[in-house]
Design a protein around this ligand. Sequence first.
Ligand SMILES: Nc1ncnc2c1ncn2[C@@H]1O[C@H](COP(=O)(O)OP(=O)(O)O)[C@@H](O)[C@H]1O
Ligand SMILES: [Mg+2]
Length: 306
Amino acid sequence: MEDNVITVRGLVKRYQDLIAVDGVDLDVRSGEIFSILGPNGAGKTTTVEILECIRKATEGEVTILGHDLRTGGKEIRRQIGVLPQEFNAFDLLTVRENIAFFAGMYDRQADVDELISLVDLEHKRDTYFKNLSGGLKQRVGIAIAMVNDPRIVFLDEPTTGLDPGARREVWEVIRGLRAKGRTIILTTHYMEEAEVLSDRLAIMNQGKFIALGSPSEVVAQHGGGRTCVIRGGGEAAMRSLHDMGPERDGDDVSVRIVHKEDLVSIVTALNRDGVEYEEVMLKRPTLEDVFLKLTGKSIEGGEISG
Ligand SMILES: Nc1ncnc2c1ncn2[C@@H]1O[C@H](COP(=O)(O)OP(=O)(O)O)[C@@H](O)[C@H]1O
Ligand SMILES: [Mg+2]
């Protein structure tokens, strides 16, 4: 399970003066869901489209399933599946006809009806593509990405623009691919998606991977540890805890927890000084906190903005 199916070293892509991918190193393990999480313009699509043999790298070494990207493109393409960003199929073909059409382009073909059941679209088999909701269209796209029975599947923002319910249904389909032993490379700008779906993830910003690991590793490495928040503690709590380096945010005061005894010390000090507060709570950093800290970008409704 731990064999690398993709190895990337020093990947760079320049578009004239713009460095879209700026020295990316990456190993993707067999059978994992690996996500690249980043805002618009981070370089996610450029990165995956180089791995998909669609764009050419400016610099760097890439090996996919044992083949060098520069010489093995044909063999690599046979063994990968791709759901492009802003995917579209034929409006006036049915679900089944669309999947069968794309399957017909490959020597090695998965069974069309099995693909339809893989993405849970039996009930829409004979519906025109144009009459499907966004979530169902994406599921057709995933089936099309699987028509050549690929070992590695690239999904570029498969849930962008979907409502939360449809997004969760796509997550189930993606988990189903992993259960069938496929390796999945996913790009997303949704925090929760990366957190709940990925075995490992990279946070990408301005062409660079700025964090990499399992979601919990990334949070542990970059989250800055736990903090104790004294809600409504205000100036009195700031004074009471001044030895512990408190920080103020409105009426709330927070203190970094270094040792687990710190929590007792905090409550003891607050009681000793008769500080009034609403509640004391322990906060663990989330992937969102890490993202904010590393990129300075804001997040609205779990989605990275700007
Ligand atoms: N074909 C291209 N020519 C010139 N610039 C491009 C091209 N494709 C992408 N870019 C630029 O490269 C940067 C990264 O884009 P992209 O890889 O699409 O990022 P993401 O998928 O993370 O939104 C952006 O600044 C984008 O405008
Ligand atoms: Mg993109």
